[in-house]
Design a binder for this molecule. Structure first.
Ligand code: NAD
Length: 395
C-alpha cells in the first residue's frame, strides 16, 4: 500500500502516525492494522534503522521528522517513546495540530503534565493517554456497576503489582536510575493497577508510603507499600514489587455487598474477574453468623450475583486494541475519548504523593502537590542522590 499521498482522512478512516518504533509500538501497530477505520500512514523514530524496520513491517511511510509525519496528513499520532521524551514530543505534535495517543506514564512529573495540558489548550489537537486496562469489558462493567451502587459501597481495596525483574533487566544504561526512567516501578510498572483502582473507586485523599530497595541495583525502590485513604471514605493498600517470582496483578474491592476481584498479569479477560456476593441471611445463620451484624447496610447484598452475571456481554480483553478501537470510533464520530490528561491526572498525583510520602516520611494529602511542592518538578523531590538512596535503603 502506498502511503505517500496526503489525502486527508475522511469520516470513515483515521490517518495515524507512530512516533517511537520500539517494543510497544508493535502493539499500537497491530491494533491500528486490525482496525478497518484506521490507517498507519507514517512512522518516525530518532533511530532511522528503527523507523525503516517498522515502516517495512507495517507497510507504511518512513518519516524522518515530526514535520515529515505531519506532511503525510497524520491526524492522530501514537507516542511510543521512552517516558523522558513524552513531553517534548507531544508538545511538538500538538503544535503541528496533531492529536496524540500518549503511552503511559504520560509524563514523569506533574509539572510536565501541566506543560502538555497547556500545549493541548492552545492546539487543535487533543491528548489521550494509554491505560488499556480501563478499556476491557471487565473494567467497564465494574466501573458502571460500582458507580450505580449496584455492587454495594466499597470499604477496603487491595491493589497489587507483584512482578519479577531479574538484575539483568537493569543492564540498559537508562534503566534503574531517576535520570533514565524518571521514577521506579511505582511509576513504570504499578501505574497500570493504580490507575485502574482509582478509575474504579474514585480519587484518593491521603497516602502513607514506604519504598525500599532490597535487592536490585537501582537508585529508587524495588518494593513499595502504601496505605491510602480514598475520598469516598474507603481505604486501600497498594503493594508493588519487582522481586516476586509468582507474578500477579490484582485488584480486590470489598464492598458492603460482596467482593469484586480481578486477578491477571499483563491484561485480563472476563474470566479473570470474579464477584463474590455477601452470603444471604439464611446461609450466614446456618454458619452460626448473626446476619444482623454480618450483612452491614448493603441493599445490594443477595442480589449482586445476578447483577454481575446479568451485566456480562462480549468479552473484550484489556489490550491496546480495546482502547485504540474505542479511540478511533470516538475520534471519527467527533466525540472526546474518555481517557484524557485530566481523567488520568489523579494517577500521576498518586505516584507523586507516594514518592513524597516515602522520601519525607510523612502523610501526603493530594492537595499538598501544588507547584510549590518540591515533588511537582521531580519525583525524587530534588533531594541529593545520597539522601534518596539512604531513605530507600533498609537499615
Ligand atoms: N501500555 C503498556 O502496557 C506498555 C508496555 C510497555 C511499555 N509502555 C510504554 O511505552 C513507551 C515505550 O516503551 P518501549 O518498551 O516500547 O521502549 P523501547 O525502548 O522499546 O522503544 C522506544 C523507541 O523510541 C525511540 N525514541 C527515543 N526517543 C525518541 C524521540 N524523541 N523521538 C522518536 N523516537 C524516539 C527509540 O529509538 C526506540 O526505538 C514507554 O513510555 C513505556 O512506559 C507501555
Amino acid at each position: 500500500m502506498s502511503t505517500s499521498d496526503s489525502t486527508p482522512g475522511t469520516e470513515q478512516e483515521l490517518r495515524v502516525g507512530i512516533v517511537g518504533c520500539g517494543g510497544i509500538a508493535r502493539s499500537h501497530g497491530r491494533a491500528y492494522a486490525g482496525n478497518p477505520r484506521a490507517r498507519i500512514v507514517a512512522a518516525h523514530d530518532v533511530d532511522p534503522a528503527a523507523t525503516k524496520k517498522f515502516a517495512e513491517e507495517f507497510d507504511t511511510a518512513a518519516a524522518d521528522s515530526l514535520a515529515d509525519l505531519a506532511a503525510h496528513g497524520v491526524q492522530l499520532a501514537s507516542v511510543c517513546t521512552p517516558p523522558g521524551s513524552h513531553t517534548a514530543t507531544t508538545v511538538a505534535l500538538l503544535e503541528l495540530g496533531i492529536s496524540v495517543l500518549l503511552e503511559k506514564p504520560p509524563a514523569v512529573t506533574l509539572a510536565e503534565l501541566d506543560v502538555i495540558a497547556e500545549a493541548e489548550a492552545a492546539s487543535t489537537g487533543s491528548v489521550y493517554v494509554v491505560f488499556q486496562h480501563r478499556h476491557g469489558s471487565g473494567a467497564k462493567r465494574a466501573h458502571r456497576l460500582l458507580a450505580e451502587g449496584a455492587l454495594g459501597a466499597p470499604q477496603i481495596a487491595v491493589c497489587e503489582t507483584l512482578w519479577y525483574r531479574p538484575e539483568s533487566y537493569f543492564d540498559p544504561a537508562w534503566r534503574g536510575n531517576w535520570a533514565g526512567e524518571g521514577g521506579g516501578p511505582t511509576l513504570g510498572h504499578a501505574i497500570h493497577q493504580i490507575d485502574l483502582m482509582l478509575h474504579l473507586l474514585g480519587n484518593w485523599s491521603t497516602v502513607d508510603a514506604k519504598a525500599s530497595r532490597i535487592a536490585r541495583p537501582v537508585e529508587f525502590e524495588d518494593v513499595a507499600t502504601a496505605s491510602v485513604a480514598l475520598e469516598s471514605g474507603a481505604v486501600a493498600s497498594v503493594v508493588t514489587s519487582l522481586l516476586s517470582p509468582r507474578e500477579v496483578s490484582r485488584i480486590r474491592v470489598d464492598t458492603t455487598g460482596g467482593t469484586l476481584e480481578v486477578n491477571h498479569l499483563y491484561g485480563y479477560s472476563d474470566a479473570d474477574w470474579s464477584w463474590f456476593p455477601l452470603p444471604d441471611a439464611g446461609t450466614l445463620a446456618a454458619n452460626g453468623v448473626d446476619p444482623g451484624t454480618a450483612r452491614g447496610d448493603s441493599t445490594a447484598a443477595g442480589t449482586g450475583l445476578d447483577v454481575w452475571q446479568a451485566s456480562a456481554g462480549t468479552d473484550l480483553p484489556s489490550n491496546h486494541a480495546a482502547q485504540i478501537d474505542e479511540l478511533v470510533d470516538d475520534l471519527l464520530a467527533g466525540r472526546r475519548h474518555a481517557t484524557t490528561l485530566t481523567s488520568t491526572r489523579p494517577t500521576m498525583e498518586f505516584v507523586t504523593g507516594l514518592y513524597a510520602s516515602a522520601l519525607e516520611g510523612t502523610t501526603i494529602a493530594r492537595g499538598d502537590l501544588t507547584p510549590d511542592s518540591a515533588f511537582y518538578c521531580r519525583l525524587d523531590g530534588g533531594h541529593p542522590a545520597d539522601r534518596v538512596s539512604a531513605r530507600f535503603t533498609l537499615s
